[in-house]
Design a protein around this ligand. Structure first.
Ligand code: ATP
Length: 445
């Protein structure tokens, strides 16, 4: 499959089946902002649930929080985002388009007469690179003046740092311990694109692990291992995952060590999650800017210190995109094309669909009963329209692992057909036990 073709196919499948739509589409869309449809919201929720289970519910040493998007503006001064969260950009004086200075499509050096605008083709129209802050600004309260500027958070991490002592006291945790959060973040990205890979509004799944200085390298390695294992559990192709270690010139201002988990997308290897050793950079800065002591008192050792922080930071939208890319396949079945989203059952938006083979002979009534039972246990779907083959195809595209058909034989021997999405094999299962049968198969649900 031509690689960019796969992204186009995914965008069109997403719209057709209701995974992802362009934001404000009837107005021509809004640049790099997307909306999740009925299946997409379930998929992204399943990604977040799986992360929350692994990071919070399955562990004794991590607590959850949900901090507000709006924070005191000083937070972003302390974090370095006001001064440092910038990209170097160049403008075309002719067509007014703006580009990242490192945009590969720019010919020549911006700011010199030979540089050429990749959009309008004018030479000499590109300005020298200037720094542009990626944070969205707005005003709080009734007066639009600079004293009232607040920012939409560009990362969720800061909401954790400013709450770390509250959580520590309320939960009675001891270091080493972590705080996890899932929430929206906003970045005025200049070269967004590749569907939901890089958007201006997105959700992050971040965990900050507070450790004693000196034990940070060890925890960094542990977290690397656990985070990669999570992607394997989601069923991603292991050969399409790798580590990328940041060199000294790539490291963010706060990091001592950083490694990205990368996935091989149709448009190349790209980051899906970062694991960072942020040292005491953030707590030290917040301590200085707020004037509040943020040290930890270690009772056993009778010593005070500022904890070091190992961060794991992933994007829920980016992971949802990754699982869709990884799951998409086209097959030929009896001379016809079959499109399948082979999602791990834990992530599938619909776990099972129920069909009456025909709309007579009591089949719809029985099918509805099975559907109602199923729906109490898991997200299910009822479909009575069109040929059964077409109904299977629709569910294949939605990533539904199982389809249950009530047919003539059901009325005779109380068994139904269960068809497997991946093998397309059919098996007969007793109608009374079918809900339990599917539940066992939908591992981890
Ligand atoms: P990139 O280099 O891709 O811009 P980053 O290094 O700035 O990413 P981090 O600040 O480490 O990213 O953010 C952590 C995670 O948040 C990323 O791994 C990614 O999954 C997600 N993320 C960051 N920016 C975006 C975005 N604009 N759209 C969607 N997800 C994003």
């Amino acid at each position: 499959m031509a690689e960019q073709g796969l992204m186009d196919k995914l965008v069109s499948l997403s719209k057709r089946r209701g995974f992802i739509f362009q934001s404000s589409e009837i107005y021509g869309g809004l640049g790099s902002v997307w909306d999740y449809g009925p299946l997409g919201v379930e998929l992204k929720q399943a990604v977040k649930d799986s992360w929350w289970k692994a990071m919070v519910h399955a562990r004794d040493d991590i607590e959850g929080v949900d901090a507000a998007i709006l924070m005191h503006p000083k937070v972003w001064e302390a974090s370095g985002h006001v001064s440092g969260f910038t990209d170097p950009l160049v403008d075309c004086k002719q067509c007014k388009n703006r580009f990242r200075a490192d945009d590969a499509s720019i010919k020549g050096t911006p700011g010199t007469p030979d540089a050429q605008c990749p959009i309008c083709g004018t030479t000499g129209s590109l300005t020298e690179p200037r720094l542009f802050n990626l944070m969205f600004k707005t005003f709080m309260g009734p007066v639009e003046e600079s004293a009232n500027v607040v920012y939409l958070r560009p990362e969720t991490a800061q909401g954790i740092y400013v709450n770390y002592q509250n959580v520590l006291q309320a939960s009675r945790q001891k270091i080493p311990f972590g705080i996890a959060q899932i929430g929206k973040a906003f970045r005025n990205e200049i070269t967004p694109g590749n569907f939901v890979f890089r958007t201006r509004e997105f959700e992050q799944m971040e965990m900050q692990f507070f450790v004693k200085p000196g034990t940070d390298d060890e925890w960094f390695e542990r977290w690397r291992e656990w985070r990669m294992a999570w992607y394997h559990e989601l069923g991603l192709t292991p050969e399409k995952l790798r580590w990328h270690e940041h060199g000294p010139d790539e490291l963010a201002h706060y990091a001592r060590a950083a490694q990205d988990i990368e996935y091989e997308f149709p448009f190349g290897w790209n980051e899906i999650e970062g694991v960072h050793n942020r040292t005491d950079f953030d707590l030290k800065a917040h301590q200085e800017y707020s004037g509040k002591k943020l040290e930890y008192f270690d009772q056993a050792a009778n010593e005070r210190y500022l904890p070091y922080i190992v961060e794991t930071s992933a994007g829920a939208d980016r992971v949802a995109l990754t699982v869709m890319v990884d799951a998409y396949r086209e097959e030929e079945v009896k001379g016809e094309k079959r499109v399948v989203l082979g999602l791990h059952p834990t992530l599938a938006p619909i776990k099972a669909a129920v069909f009456p083979l025909v709309n007579k002979d009591g089949m719809p009534e029985l099918a509805k009963r099975v559907y109602q039972d199923l729906k109490r246990a898991m997200p299910a779907f009822y479909d009575a329209s069109g040929a059964v083959g077409r109904r299977y195809r629709r569910m294949d595209e939605a990533g539904t692992p199982f389809c249950i058909t009530i047919d003539g034989q059901t009325l005779e021997d109380q068994t139904v057909t269960v068809r497997d999405r991946d093998t397309m094999e059919q098996e007969r299962v007793g109608v009374d036990g079918v809900v339990g049968w599917v539940r066992d198969k939908v591992r981890g649900y």
